[in-house]
Design a protein around this ligand. Structure first.
Ligand SMILES: Cc1ncc(C[n+]2csc(CCOP(=O)(O)OP(=O)(O)O)c2C)c(N)n1
Length: 344
């Protein structure tokens, strides 16, 4: 069956974007899209191993939230669909690609692969294979920010904000409820971003969920819940900015539900036969990149040739990332136990 929730309306005129900001948002979304397309190519050429989950279609969520965080000290926590969150958080594309190739130069030293991106210099907390596993980790990061400020008097890092991404499937997991309770109780500086792409592998969200409007669940914890069009980068960014301000001001967490769609199967191993053609075509018409390109030209912020120049540059960056990954060494088998926190 094919049914759709009505997307909340967002008036783009209610937000201001400079040309520079607009081009940066566009560049970040293009980076996410082209990077994932390259991953598909490399996966089918046998360069990557294990499950690889791509983010195509959801770019406005990563870009809209992470680019609204602004400050370098802020944290980002992801799921197994993590490449693009890592890129938006600033992890260099060559390090993400090398990780996918299982190389020593990858952001997790080639030990993690697709589902376990991690980068301490960029405050990127992972990459987790288990559904909802990142939610308590992100909540812990937000707790330490508050602890630093209130107990340790660390004004510089104490107001860092954490953005925690997860899927609609994860919102039915107990960790979601436990963490929302704690973070509301302690007024932690965190934004929970649920990317409702309607499906958890082959399980339709409405079939598995008593109250499918996830943003409504915030109210029982006494936190704001915002429903947003996840295919509109400006709408996501506006919601995220509001949540960041609240968090930074010590007013506590926000739950943002971004209504979005993944354009590919659950992973590259999924033939994607369960979702109807009609549904897929409907969401393709909402492609967040095309939508934002149209916005930029309608508002005279960029013409086609400027956008094309960005696309060409991004493609070059990705080609270089592949070359870097190809030419990088594999981890030395002698170092199998390095980075493991265990004693004999
Ligand atoms: C704890 C746990 N249970 C089950 C799985 C198997 N599994 C992998 S992905 C997935 C669906 C999750 O869907 P969602 O949270 O909506 O994220 P999306 O894939 O849509 O990004 C499931 C059930 C898992 N990885 N971890």
């Amino acid at each position: 069956m094919f049914s759709e929730r009505t997307l909340p309306e967002f008036k783009a005129t209610s937000t201001e974007v400079t040309k520079e900001e607009g081009l940066l948002l566009y560049q970040d979304m293009i980076l996410g899209r082209f990077f994932e397309d390259m991953c598909a190519q490399m996966y089918y050429r046998g360069k990557m191993f294990g499950f690889v989950h791509l983010y195509n279609g959801q770019e406005a969520v990563s870009t809209g939230v992470i680019k609204a965080l602004i400050q370098k000290k802020d944290y980002v926590c992801s799921t197994y669909r993590d490449h693009v969150h890592a890129l938006s958080a600033g992890v260099p594309p060559e390090q993400v690609m090398a990780e996918l190739f299982g190389k020593e130069t990858g952001c997790s030293k080639g030990r993690g692969g697709s589902m376990h991106m991690f980068s301490s210099p960029y405050n990127f907390l992972g990459g987790f294979a288990f559904v909802a596993e990142g939610i308590p980790v992100a909540t812990g990061a937000a707790f330490q920010s508050k602890y630093r400020r209130e107990v340790m008097g660390d004004e510089e890092n104490g107001d860092a904000v954490t953005a925690c991404f997860f899927g609609d499937g994860a919102s039915n997991n107990g960790q979601f409820f436990e963490c929302l309770n704690m973070s509301a109780l302690w007024k932690l500086p965190i934004i929970y971003v649920v990317e409702n792409n309607k499906w958890a592998i082959g399980m339709a969200h409405e079939r598995a969920t008593s109250v499918p409007e996830i943003y409504q669940k915030a109210s029982v914890f006494g936190m704001p819940g915002i429903e947003v069009d996840g295919m509109d980068v400006l709408a996501v960014r506006a919601a995220a900015k509001q949540a960041v301000e609240r968090a930074r001001a010590g007013e506590g967490p926000t739950l943002i539900e971004a209504l979005t769609y993944r354009f590919r199967g659950h992973s590259l191993a999924d033939p994607d036969e369960l979702r109807s053609q009609q549904e897929k075509e409907f969401w393709q018409t909402r492609d967040p990149i095309k939508k934002f390109a149209a916005y930029l030209s309608e508002h005279n912020l960029a013409d086609r040739s400027e956008l094309k120049a960005i696309e060409t540059e991004v493609q070059k960056t990705i080609d270089k990332a592949v070359e870097f990954a190809q030419n990088s060494p594999e981890p030395d088998p002698q170092e199998l136990h390095r980075y493991i926190f265990a004693e004999d």
